[in-house]
Write a protein that binds this ligand. Sequence first.
Ligand SMILES: C[S@@+](CC[C@H](N)C(=O)[O-])C[C@H]1O[C@@H](n2cnc3c(N)ncnc32)[C@H](O)[C@@H]1O
Length: 207
Amino acid sequence: MKKIKKRSFSSQFWSQRYQENRTGWDIGEISSPLKHYIDHLENHQLKILIPGAGNAYEAQYLFEKGFKNVFVADISETPLKNLKSRFPDFPKNQILHLDFFEIEDTFDLIFEQTFFCALPVASRLDYAKKSAELLKENGLQIGLLFSFPLTGKGPPFGGSKEEYLTYFSPYFEIEILEPCYNSIPPRQGNELFFKFKKKPVNSGEKH
Ligand SMILES: C[S@@+](CC[C@H](N)C(=O)[O-])C[C@H]1O[C@@H](n2cnc3c(N)ncnc32)[C@H](O)[C@@H]1O
């Protein structure tokens, strides 16, 4: 029988982690690199997606700064309920209880913060492809990727710049993929900041 590839850990797996407060990834606020990037963003009309958003501190930060076209998605309902009760002003129809791979919409910008590293390693190319599909022409994906050796132990699963290039280069122009200079202290030296721009769909690359 053909083995079916597991694209994500289950919603139950993640909900249990939230319910038992085993959420080492959750820093309780927007991360400094994303805050810095957002503080320099001027176009408030951008349609933005935060996938695997968890408690979605970036969404609240963006919304309060006047970016109203922000969507969050998570496979687990638990953190989405947290967002609703913590920040009732956030539009309910912009909170998507969905598997990232099932989202059908397009965005100008996607933010990444400890979601990629939470997927099974075998899903990495699918993640890059799906991210490109979710972006409009010239759309951007911005965020952080861990930079520590990939082992069988995780999530979070590590990786390297060289490895990440193999997934993202077919779909994106790599504008930035560099060690992050303004990580939160516990992640210093262990993160890459990236800015990828979607390649034109008929650029001759395999999509
Ligand atoms: C490590 S947590 C990170 C949460 C948040 N980004 C943060 O930094 O606090 C990974 C999140 O991705 C969600 N997730 C995992 N697989 C997913 C999928 N296929 N689609 C959407 N969300 C997913 C989990 O429920 C969890 O909230």
